[in-house]
Ligand binder design. Structure first.
Ligand SMILES: Cc1cc2nc3c(=O)[nH]c(=O)nc-3n(C[C@H](O)[C@H](O)[C@H](O)COP(=O)(O)OP(=O)(O)OC[C@H]3O[C@@H](n4cnc5c(N)ncnc54)[C@H](O)[C@@H]3O)c2cc1C
Ligand SMILES: *[C@@H]1O[C@H](CO)[C@@H](O)[C@H](O)[C@H]1NC(C)=O
Ligand SMILES: *[C@@H]1O[C@H](CO)[C@@H](O)[C@H](O)[C@H]1NC(C)=O
Ligand SMILES: *[C@@H]1O[C@H](CO)[C@@H](O)[C@H](O)[C@H]1NC(C)=O
Ligand SMILES: *[C@@H]1O[C@H](CO)[C@@H](O)[C@H](O)[C@H]1NC(C)=O
Ligand SMILES: *[C@@H]1O[C@H](CO)[C@@H](O)[C@H](O)[C@H]1NC(C)=O
Ligand SMILES: *[C@@H]1O[C@H](CO)[C@@H](O)[C@H](O)[C@H]1NC(C)=O
Length: 570
């Protein structure tokens, strides 16, 4: 009875305590104790005695709390997996209540749980490792604005429900698997283009706008026809997905990846707080670079709801050249020399002879090419004369590297066709595999990147290594030395293929490269990320994650492990 007030002062800050509060309990309680003591001492020895017990008990509790807090928030700069207990998510009942509350706020139509809907959001089919049967969402939620996302996240946070942000669904490494029963937040209905600031060359868009839709909008509007998003990736991808994977694509050679095309991000944090990383100017030294923090975070730190993107100016005149060489080595040497001239090439794509066989095989390209290593180059500039000068230079470099064929797309349709063939390479390969390898052939899509000077030798090593395996493969490369390795396998070759992909990434890393140039880590490459950057760097990422999302609600289990009980080896 008597130590109740004391206990209260000691225990009061505990329900939603931060680590700082827990520590302050420990250090401040003696003075609180002194104040309180004057009130109690009057009541004599017994009270004093009780008080002493109370104080010890209080201190003990405070110490325990501090101990506990040490377990979840160690006082170090990094958070190792071993420092964490397993995350505590709401149970089925909490999940139901959570969905009900979201329905009340967003309306019945914004929350779905039909089988069709759930299946559609369980697996996009690109990652060879399938989610386990229990790794399926329970609800799909469709918000339409930042405010709605904020309200949803407040409810989600209250019930501690895992949330997977999901937009175009084209990510390739199992990014959007629901590893735990929870909610998928499909942001594709947030698809408004809010502003196009022609003079500033930027646009403010809701996060679910598709890159193709934005480009189409621009090309259909007076005064904006020559503007575009400088970043392209999988057909159907949305701006938020692209921000979240730091996507690039064929134009990255010229305009950089998504990181260089984003000015500011509006996002909702795990507890529903709405933040904005920057104002609208392109130049800013105002505070931490939170834009950079969110780019590439794969939905694990915040829900991106609005983005200010840069717009690039399409060259007034542009043409496409196709150059074929006897060897890949000759291709990459030429690429390196092109870049050294300083000529602003708009794209340089490398297709190896197997890939060319596939292009020839498809009916997507009318012109047939020899099965030889090929560069497809987009060259643009002010006018035909300027571009003509560039071409002279490109041609002479190609000749010096023994090119056997150098020609231009005769018309802009032919140029478009060639580039769309490159964009649809994946579907062409699937078609080839289905018809020529086996009807149950699958394709393992993987990417890595190395410094350009190492591209040719790395490719040679990779191809040499692949000779040990019975599977066919094809190679595509972007001008930024980003390599896509696509391996065909039949279901019985799954383990073999997995091993090859793993060795491939390690080989890239050994060549000062990265296990992922643009597709990201998702659930597929967590172990490789650790090989590349080391345990401590991953623990620093985990520290950031825990600081912003202490309940581990946002896209759990992606990029790195967040649960010491997670034993999956990817
Ligand atoms: C045919 C094909 C070609 C491709 N070519 C390229 C290429 O050239 N270059 C390239 O970089 N990639 C390429 N990709 C991969 C893919 O297109 C990109 O990774 C793209 O950025 C994914 O965007 P998305 O909108 O589909 O995102 P999703 O697949 O829906 O999600 C991707 C990630 O972003 C997170 N996310 C989604 N929405 C939000 C949000 N609102 N807030 C926070 N996080 C969110 C998800 O949780 C997930 O981790 C290709 C894919 C295909 C199928
Ligand atoms: C998100 O929802 C839209 C609208 O229902 C749907 O067309 C789209 O396929 C969904 N996205 C994914 C990745 O499933
Ligand atoms: C994004 O990609 C670019 C180019 O690949 C890279 O230089 C940059 O470091 C990446 N940024 C982030 C935040 O991942
Ligand atoms: C911050 O990060 C963004 C995205 O990666 C990048 O475009 C920008 O240049 C960075 N800004 C600074 C000041 O480093
Ligand atoms: C290209 O395809 C055509 C028709 O499919 C075929 O006849 C030709 O031999 C192929 N060429 C090469 C070099 O594979
Ligand atoms: C092309 O642009 C260059 C550089 O501005 C200029 O000198 C030249 O006159 C232009 N040529 C034509 C044909 O417009
Ligand atoms: C072209 O590639 C071949 C095979 O790698 C190599 O032997 C040759 O030296 C290369 N030619 C030039 C000009 O680099």
């Amino acid at each position: 009875m008597l130590f109740r007030p004391l206990l209260r002062t000691l225990v009061r800050p505990t329900p939603l305590l931060s680590s700082k509060q827990v520590l302050s309990v420990r250090f401040l309680s003696p003075s609180a104790r002194l104040k309180n003591r004057t009130t109690y001492v009057r009541n004599g020895v017994i009270t004093a005695f009780s008080l002493a017990i109370g104080v010890s008990l209080g201190l003990y509790i405070a110490q325990q709390l501090a101990e506990n807090s040490k377990q979840t928030f160690p006082l170090s700069s990094i958070t190792a997996l071993e420092d964490l207990g397993p995350p505590q998510y709401g149970n089925d009942d909490d999940l139901k209540k959570c969905a009900e509350e979201i329905k009340q706020i967003l309306g019945e139509d914004a929350v779905k749980d039909s089988d069709v809907e759930l299946n559609h959001h369980t697996d996009n089919g690109f990652n060879p490792a399938k989610p386990l049967p229990h790794q399926r969402p329970k609800y799909v939620v469709y918000p339409t604005s930042t405010e709605q996302v904020a309200k949803v996240m407040k409810v989600v946070n209250k019930y501690s429900i895992p949330v997977v942000p999901y937009s175009g669904g084209t990510a390739l490494e199992g990014h959007t698997y629901s590893t735990r029963p929870g909610i998928v937040l499909n942001t594709s209905k947030m698809n408004k283009i809010l502003q196009v600031n022609v003079d500033d060359l930027d646009a403010v868009v809701q996060a679910g706008v598709g890159w193709q839709d934005l480009n189409e909008y621009l090309s259909n509007h007076e005064g904006m026809q020559n503007l575009m998003l400088g970043c392209d990736c999988g057909p159907g991808a949305h701006v938020c997905g692209m921000v979240s994977t730091n996507a690039s694509g064929v134009s990255a050679t010229r305009y950089g990846s998504m990181a260089s095309n984003v000015i500011s991000i509006r996002a909702v944090l795990a507890d529903g707080t709405v933040i904005k990383t920057k104002h609208r100017p392109r130049k800013s030294s105002a505070g931490y670079n939170l834009t950079g923090l969110l780019v590439g975070s794969e939905g694990t730190l915040a829900i991106v709801t609005e983005v200010i993107v840069k717009l690039q100016v399409r060259p007034a005149y542009e043409t496409v050249a196709v150059v074929q060489f006897p060897s890949v080595n000759n291709c990459t040497k030429s690429m390196a020399s092109f870049f050294k001239t300083g000529i602003p090439l708009n794209a340089v794509e490398l297709l190896d002879s197997d890939m060319m066989k596939c292009v020839n095989y498809s009916d997507l390209v009318t012109r047939k090419y020899e099965n030889m290593p090929t560069l497809v180059i987009k060259i643009g500039g002010l006018n035909k004369t300027v571009v003509g000068e560039y071409i002279k230079e490109i041609k002479s470099i190609s000749r010096a590297n023994r090119c056997v064929m150098f020609e231009f797309a005769k018309t802009s349709e032919e140029a478009d066709e060639l580039f769309s063939a490159r964009k649809n390479a994946l579907y062409m390969m699937l078609d080839y595999a289905f018809n020529e390898i086996s009807p149950d052939a699958k394709m393992w899509i993987t990417d890595c990147a190395v410094p350009l000077s190492k591209l040719a030798s790395t490719l040679e090593e990779l191809n040499e290594m692949m000779k040990e395996y019975p599977m066919q493969h094809m190679v595509l490369g972007h001008g930024d030395a980003n390599l896509h390795y696509d391996i065909f396998y039949t279901p019985d070759q799954y383990e073999l293929c997995k091993e090859a992909v793993d060795r491939m990434a390690k080989l890239a890393i050994a060549n000062e490269g990265t296990c992922s140039g643009e597709h990201g880590i998702g659930s597929g490459k967590r172990a490789l990320l650790e090989t590349e950057l080391g345990k401590d760097t991953i623990s620093m990422m985990r520290k950031l994650k825990m600081a912003l999302d202490p309940k581990r609600l946002l896209n759990p289990d992606k990029v790195f492990k967040i649960d010491p009980l997670d034993e999956s080896d990817e």
